[in-house]
Design a protein around this ligand. Structure first.
Ligand code: UGA
Length: 441
């Protein structure tokens, strides 16, 4: 099938590569010429395991191409996926300007029947709005061309995006057109083999499914962080509590890890967007407000702990930081808890030596070169002469360090762990002062 994908971010690029991999002819369009030039060389502008290979294969087979030409992109295919960004505005609403720009371009250039599919995470009602917008524009131009629409949200996780996309848990298709549903069933046939994964519904329900999934996951995390804070206050260990509740299949072990807060480009944005959307319909989404506020507090926790222990004047002090990305296997620092540590330490006059297996460059791009930031090449270099170690991301490389070496490199044996990687009793035995999250004993 012929498919055009608008937007070469995480969602668009991964989906384009995956579709080309199973034999569809895919054009990926982006307005950023420099990005398109890089992609034509299979040079992926972010770190995502397995993606560069897949793109190279697509380019070599001729099934995947990249363009900045909007008109050619619209006319190349029958199926047009909108995968552009929907960043948050200051009041938490999703900025829909990029989505509507693509819709306008489709209306301007389409010359034959199109199926327009929204894959970006969007407010409920967007797919219907996009379709109405295109139909109105066509009508105003006196052009009578059939156009249909579907919502097809994406549930991939950064760091495992390729695998998630190749083996989705479910394929949600929200459309009012039985023909479009059948066509999309064919499109996804390669991903729907071992069991039926397609879930057909109307577009608002599909859009709401996506927002609800992210809100539920964010709620699980904030709930556990709240419990961790209570555990700490009452003298319980949240890690024992976590195992204790996870054994109940109605609760389960997944996504109940307490930590230094959720980050990334999705949960923070989607929780706020859903809350805003509810407000537009006169519903006060109090759970979502609490989820967001709890997360903000949690993100400040590590920096506050460092200050409570080392003082609010950190002049002359150096903090070692392991982990900059918002989670392992990505170089993405959007809404990352590490940013709260960096900015908190800097605001008290301290200096940070940071190591991350992938996100060092992203950090420099974000904050620029500055005297109070050193990005090290090895995790041990960050420790040398530092007054404490703070851990923000659970990269595998941090799970079993040589603790004797950690002790000898740090000025004093002091660790603040935002991901509960270590056993507090063992670290105490080693003579390391250790603070985890919710470990009250
Ligand atoms: C999330 C969802 O998991 C995907 O299903 C969804 O498709 C995606 O958003 C999206 O909307 O595009 P992602 O942002 O890549 O994916 O990251 P997650 O793996 O979900 O982690 C999000 C944050 O939650 C991270 O900061 C992570 O450290 C934190 N987290 C996760 C916890 O603090 N505790 C947990 O138990 C799990």
């Amino acid at each position: 099938m012929n498919i055009t994908i608008f937007g070469s971010g995480y969602v668009g690029l991964v989906q384009a590569a995956i579709f080309a991999d199973v034999g569809h002819k895919v054009v990926c369009m982006d307005i950023d010429a420099a990005r398109v030039d890089r992609l034509r060389e299979a040079d992926v502008p972010f770190f995502e395991p397995g993606l560069a290979n897949l793109i190279r294969n697509g380019l070599d087979s001729g099934l995947l191409s990249f363009t900045t030409d909007t008109k050619a992109a619209v006319q190349a295919s029958d199926y047009l996926f909108i995968c552009v960004g929907t960043p948050p505005t200051s009041d938490g609403a999703a900025d829909m300007s990029q989505v509507m720009d693509v819709a306008s371009a489709i209306a301007r250039y389409m010359a034959s029947r199109k199926v327009v599919i929204t894959k970006s995470t969007v407010p409920v009602g967007t797919t219907d709005t996009v379709l109405a917008h295109i139909k109105r524009a066509l009508h105003d131009q006196g052009r009578d061309i059939p156009v249909e629409a579907a919502s097809n949200p994406e549930f991939l996780k950064e760091g495992s995006a390729v695998a998630d996309c190749q083996s989705p848990d479910r394929i949600v298709i929200g459309t009012r057109s039985p023909t479009v549903l059948e066509q999309m069933r064919r499109m996804y046939q390669a991903f729907n083999r071992n069991r039926e994964k397609i879930m057909a519904m109307d577009p608002p329900s599909a859009e709401m499914t996506k927002l609800t999934a992210n809100a539920m996951l964010a709620t699980k995390i904030s709930f556990m962080n709240e419990m961790a804070n209570i555990a700490e206050a009452v003298g319980a260990d949240i890690e024992d509590v976590r195992r204790g509740i996870g054994a109940d299949p109605r609760i389960g072990y997944q996504f109940i890890y307490p930590g230094c807060g959720y980050g990334g480009s999705c949960f923070p944005k989607d929780v706020r967007a859903l809350k805003y959307l509810a407000g537009q319909h006169d519903h006060r989404a109090e759970i979502l407000t609490a989820v967001h506020d709890t997360n903000q507090r949690q993100k400040n926790k590590l920096a506050e702990r460092v200050m409570a222990r080392l003082g609010y004047d950190l002049t002359g002090k150096t903090i070692a930081l392991w982990g900059l990305s918002f989670k392992p296997n990505t170089d993405d620092m959007r809404e990352a808890p590490s940013r709260y540590v960096l900015e908190g330490i800097w605001s008290c006059g301290g200096r940070v030596k940071a190591f991350d297996p992938q996100a060092g460059q992203a950090c420099l791009a974000l904050y620029g070169e500055r005297d109070d930031l050193v990005i090290t090449e090895h995790k041990e270099d960050a420790l040398e002469g530092a007054d404490a170690l703070v851990i923000c991301t659970e990269w595998k490389a941090f799970w079993s360090p040589d603790f004797e070496q950690v002790k000898s490199l740090l000025k004093q044996p002091l660790i603040f762990d935002g991901r509960n990687l270590y056993n507090p009793a063992y670290l105490e035995e080693l003579g390391i002062e250790y603070y985890g999250i919710g470990r009250g004993r």
